[in-house]
Design a protein. Structure first.
Length: 376
């Protein structure tokens, strides 16, 4: 029996960023790719000298040697393709979101549990250097008791492919919400959400969504901290930002105003000299990479790097806070070790459903909507 996994990647616009990480992972022996765009398929296949090239997921799954598939296709394909992969007896990693309906979330869970294979939603934020820094402070008790969380993802999708136009912002909530749920180790009980402003009618046709921006308040099941999340994809003049602020009784962490800048860390101490309020020191922190969490062979991919390939030099980006090698390592390791990944099927559903319910709330003028409990 060959040692190491054979991993397939379907969707090479985003998926190509992960390809060299899989190739260099010590537990992966081979990578194949699939994309409906023949020109893109040939470009990436030639760059990495790949023998396994397929123009559909069906063709990729027809290869009995493939052990696992990483889905990096458009959102509308995620649930269906994940189910197809699991029912074919392969492990599945899937870009966010898991699905855009509660029924599809439940269908993926059923497929995963029936197959006994690994499903992992590739949520970048909880593997980013910023989250890992916040996690370390929380684990050390330095944040104190958590009191408030604010998440946000604001991005102008004008000019993006047609399937993004009019997309409900809250359906893409996991980047903005998941750090709060991971830090508190609980799930969302209910949500109240408002839509803000209006899309032109021609942009509402595909999804029936009238809102360029949605803002929501979430109540947790087993924690008193309130969560505030803002999602915006259109008609909002703001530079791209995708992150979170987290406040505790002893420390608070704020995302940079301009993406790529340092975090602001607020640390409270004793009372001020005038006796009114505590003294708070503010420092700028560049959160460190965590190469100690990764195999030597893929540590460099937490930063942008140029690598040598059979066709020359290929630039590998390091977006999403250097999370990509951590995601690959967690997925591959969970398969080899026979364990659940950090973001398994039920966790993925619990992190995705609040956004689906939030959009439903916005369509009902802010009515409170209960979020399904996906715990076993």
């Amino acid at each position: 029996m060959p040692t190491g996994l054979h991993v397939g990647i379907v969707g090479l616009r985003f998926g190509a960023e992960f390809l060299p990480i899989y190739q260099h992972h010590p537990l992966v022996r081979r990578v194949s790719v699939a994309d409906t765009d023949k020109a893109r398929l040939d470009q990436i296949g030639d760059a990495f000298d790949l023998a396994g090239r397929h123009q559909s997921l069906d063709q990729l799954l027809a290869d009995p040697d493939v052990d696992a598939v990483h889905v990096a296709t458009p959102v509308s394909f995620h649930a269906r393709q994940a189910i197809q992969i699991l029912q074919a007896g392969r492990h599945c990693a899937c870009a966010v979101p898991m699905a855009t309906s509660v029924d599809d979330l439940q269908a993926v869970i059923r497929a995963q549990e029936a197959s006994g294979r690994v499903y992992m939603m590739m949520e970048t934020t909880v593997f980013s250097r910023e989250y890992l820094y916040a996690r370390s402070l929380a684990d050390e008790g330095r944040l104190g008791d958590l009191t408030f969380y604010r998440g946000f993802h604001m991005q102008d999708l004008d000019g993006y492919p047609a399937y993004w136009q009019g997309y409900p912002p809250m359906h893409y909530i996991t980047h903005a919400l998941s750090p709060a749920l991971a830090l508190t180790d609980t799930t969302v009980h209910s949500v109240r959400c408002l839509g803000s402003a209006r899309l032109p009618e021609e942009r509402t046709v595909t999804y029936g969504n009238p809102f360029p921006l949605e803002a929501a308040l979430f109540r947790l099941r087993e924690h008193s901290m309130a969560i505030d999340v803002t999602m915006s994809f259109f008609q909002t003049a703001r530079q791209y930002t995708e992150g979170f602020d987290i406040y505790g009784t002893q420390m608070g962490i704020e995302w940079p105003t301009v993406e790529g800048g340092p975090l602001l860390v607020h640390e409270a101490s004793g009372m001020r000299s005038d006796g009114r309020g505590r003294a708070v020191a503010v420092t700028e922190v560049d959160p460190p990479d965590r190469p100690d969490l990764l195999p030597d062979e893929i540590r460099r991919f937490t930063q942008a790097v140029d690598i040598a390939t059979p066709a020359g030099t290929y630039h590998v980006d390091a977006g999403h806070g250097g999370s990509h090698p951590h995601l690959v390592n967690e997925f591959v390791s969970s398969i080899v070790e026979g364990r659940c990944p950090l973001v398994d099927a039920r966790t993925a559903a619990a992190w995705t459903a609040p956004g689906i319910c939030a959009h439903d709330s916005a369509l009902m003028s802010g009515a409170v909507v209960d979020v399904p409990d996906f715990a076993k």
